[in-house]
Design a protein around this ligand. Structure first.
Ligand SMILES: [Mg+2]
Length: 224
């Protein structure tokens, strides 16, 4: 895998283009609320049921489980969960524009086609990007609304690559959860980069846009 082949970047959204523990906790709490209503239990009980289910599914599958997968296993459905998210979550209360991230995406957009592929829904993705000042910078946005199936999903990775018009070795996948965002693209031949904090995200610029006269340092794959 060489840096020179990369023509586009496919970013995860939550936990990748921003990191906000308080908003992540709000998303978790909203999921508890959805399961609480579904199962006619308290939110605290829903939290315990979801934690146990997540653990069981993780043990059975050997990989980390998403909120969508846990809710589905408990008899919920993903469209309803996301309708609930849209009604209850307020990203505007938590997320703020960070000029360093805006500048990063502006710089990257000069050289690469940028896409987002997220397990979040289209309405919240739009609102989150607006909060972050990133609306209009990303050409292609793929959300859970496209199939109502969450990542990891092989068919959807092929669809993302097809729609952005890149072969696997030309599309760098960037995400904060290796099992969810990166393992499958990597297996399909895409370079991947694990980004779990602002420093790692900002480092993409020096990795992908080398200083003239210096060779790029990107080696093509992050470790799990
Ligand atoms: Mg994420």
């Amino acid at each position: 895998m060489t840096y020179a082949e990369i023509k586009g970047i496919v970013f995860d959204l939550d936990g990748t283009l921003y990191v906000c523990d308080r908003f992540a906790a709000e998303i978790q709490a909203a999921a508890y609320g959805y399961i609480a209503a579904l199962k006619q239990v308290s939110s605290a009980e829903a939290g315990l049921i979801m934690a146990a289910t997540r653990l069981r599914l993780t043990e059975e599958s050997g990989t980390v489980q998403t909120i969508s997968a846990v809710c589905t296993a408990l008899g919920g459905n993903v469209p309803d969960l996301h309708r609930f998210f849209e009604q209850t979550l307020q990203p505007e209360s938590y997320l703020v524009r960070d000029e360093r991230v805006v500048r990063l995406l502006v710089r990257l957009a000069e050289k690469f086609s940028l896409a987002i592929y997220t397990n979040n829904n289209r309405v919240l993705t739009t609102r989150i990007l607006k909060c972050l000042g990133l609306d209009g910078l990303v050409a292609d946005i793929f959300t859970i609304n496209d199939t109502w199936r969450g990542k990891p999903d092989e068919e959807m990775v092929h669809r993302v690559l097809g729609e952005i018009g890149l072969s696997p070795d030309e599309a760098l996948f960037v995400g904060d959860r290796y099992d969810v965002d990166l393992r499958l693209p990597e297996q399909l031949g895409c370079p991947v980069y694990l980004s779990q904090n602002l420093g790692q995200l900002l480092r993409l610029e020096e990795l992908l846009i080398p200083i003239p006269g210096q060779s790029p340092t990107f080696v093509g794959s992050s470790s799990a």
